[in-house]
Design a protein around this ligand. Structure first.
Ligand code: APR
Length: 247
């Protein structure tokens, strides 16, 4: 483990890609996935976060996401989110944040260059037609399934579920940032993620393939810790605010 005194230098020659996971929202009071032991009200998380689960019991899925919508609306960004906003203000277009979190806390904190790689809790789309996803804060806790105005089909949260593909445009945006050739040095920092879910868990290797420097900030060791050059063990809300030296 690296001593906490070690600093991530963000100077005019650095471009920084950040990946965040559920751990970054944990100090705001949003439960992590693995922290629930993979269970929600005794249902495996896959039963409420997969196309098969939605097919089997869409009302249960809406109850789960309604609870998460209500919970996320009640919480606030924490000092870890705020640190990333400061880094972006310093780096501008040499900064990109890709998040697995669907709670919208990065945008609420003020981050602008954000890729919501697993979707957004406050957006809804139709499971049956191609209408554009739309902003939606409504909750359906009582066993109901909202219907699509356009086709009468079933609406679903605009979330990338287990077994689903990420949006190609999101993957392209991340890939272009990694392979950008503008003379800057690529640094990748992952925070609050178990390194167990792909393709997010493989970004560290894409960065290493172009000789980027890699950092992990996590409370516990992640599934891919050994792939990182630096591992700072701790809470992101405590580590991130003091980790970087803005030069
Ligand atoms: N600071 C830093 N790390 C933390 C903190 C904290 N305050 N609290 C928890 N962690 C760490 C845990 O040790 C764990 O390794 O964050 C990690 C959270 O892991 P997961 O719950 O697996 O979350 P994540 O990696 O974001 O999950 C990835 O899996 O369920 C799917 O699509 C869902 O986006 C999610 C994806």
């Amino acid at each position: 483990m690296e001593p906490l005194a070690e600093q991530l230098v963000l100077d005019s020659r650095t471009r920084l890609l950040v990946l965040t996971g559920a751990g970054v929202s944990a100090e705001s009071g949003v439960p992590t996935f693995r922290g629930m032991n993979g269970l929600w009200e005794n249902h495996p998380v896959e039963a409420v976060a997969s196309p098969e689960g939605f097919q089997a019991d869409p009302a249960l899925v809406w109850r789960f996401y309604s609870q998460r919508r209500a919970g996320a609306a009640d919480v606030k960004p924490n000092p870890g989110h705020d640190a990333l906003v400061r880094w972006e203000a310093h780096l501008g277009d040499r900064f990109l944040l890709t998040t697995q979190n669907v709670d919208g806390l990065h945008a609420r904190a003020g981050s602008q260059r954000v890729v919501d790689m697993h979707g957004n809790l406050f957006r809804t789309k139709c499971a049956d037609c191609q209408r554009e996803p739309f902003a939606d804060t409504s909750v359906h806790p009582s066993g109901t399934v909202p219907k699509c105005d356009s086709c009468g089909g079933r609406l679903r949260p605009d979330i990338v579920w287990f077994g689903e593909m990420l949006a190609p445009s999101d993957l392209e945006r991340i890939g272009e940032f990694i392979s950008r050739k503008d003379g800057t040095r690529l640094v990748f920092l992952a925070a609050g993620t178990s390194g167990a879910v792909w393709p997010a868990a493989g970004i560290v290797d894409e960065v290493r393939a172009v000789r980027g420097e890699t950092w992990l900030v996590n409370y516990e060791s992640a599934a891919n810790t050994e792939r990182f050059h630096h591992f700072v063990q701790g809470l992101s809300g405590q580590v991130l605010p003091t980790l970087a030296k803005l030069a």
